[in-house]
Design a protein around this ligand. Structure first.
Ligand SMILES: [Zn+2]
Length: 198
């Protein structure tokens, strides 16, 4: 299964993908002179990166790749994100799509990855099905999460992270470049000193 680095990068790319959907999205950008953090979508993009890595927190509870790695969890994340968005007066459907999409990338990457520990794959279709699914394509390497501070584990995980960056990195960069073009109209309308990002 991929590392948290690959998952987080995919989550940020999912947030930027959601920014390509037409509608109320001017608040997602900032003037060209603003910081990278603001232009990348502020804390919500960082949140999406965290949301995309979050399913593996189930390792702490000894129930790995079950309910947390399912379409049911994706729907739950989308619902919670929509409620939170309404409370802070942001577009609920857009924020829900962004967070649920980021979470769903975790399922996709795990499905595409190598898995050497049975049962293989994830319960992606829970609660509709308890079947474990995996593509068998081994696109991402198996990471080592036991004794991860040992020298062999560090070497295995560094190789896995490098491969994730090679595969997910170009996708993230491409989405970023398309997003910059798509949001240029909004950022050009903002005064340089505008920090409201409306
Ligand atoms: Zn996972």
């Amino acid at each position: 299964m991929p590392s948290s680095v690959g998952h987080a990068l995919a989550g940020a790319a999912a947030a930027w993908c959601a920014d390509l959907v037409p509608g109320d999205r001017g608040w997602r950008t900032a003037p060209p002179t603003a910081s990278w953090y603001r232009r990348a979508g502020n804390g919500l993009t960082v949140l999406c990166a965290g949301v995309a890595a979050a399913p593996d927190l189930d390792l702490l509870f000894g129930s790995h790749r079950r309910f947390t790695h399912s379409v049911g969890a994706v729907l739950l994340v989308g619902t919670v994100a929509a409620i939170a968005a309404v409370r802070v007066r942001r577009p609920a459907i857009r924020v829900a799509l962004m967070c649920a999409g980021a979470y769903a990338t975790h399922l996709l990457l795990d499905w595409l990855a190598a898995d050497s520990i049975p049962p293989y794959g994830l319960r992606a279709f829970w609660p509709f099905s308890n079947t474990w699914v995996i593509s068998g394509w081994d696109l991402f390497r198996q990471t080592e999460r036991r004794h991860f501070l040992s020298r062999p584990a560090i070497w295995i995980n560094l190789q896995a992270i490098a491969q994730e960056l090679v595969i997910v990195g170009p996708v993230a960069v491409a989405v970023w470049l398309i997003r910059v073009k798509a949001l240029a109209r909004f950022s050009a309308e903002m005064p340089c000193g505008d920090h409201s990002a409306k």
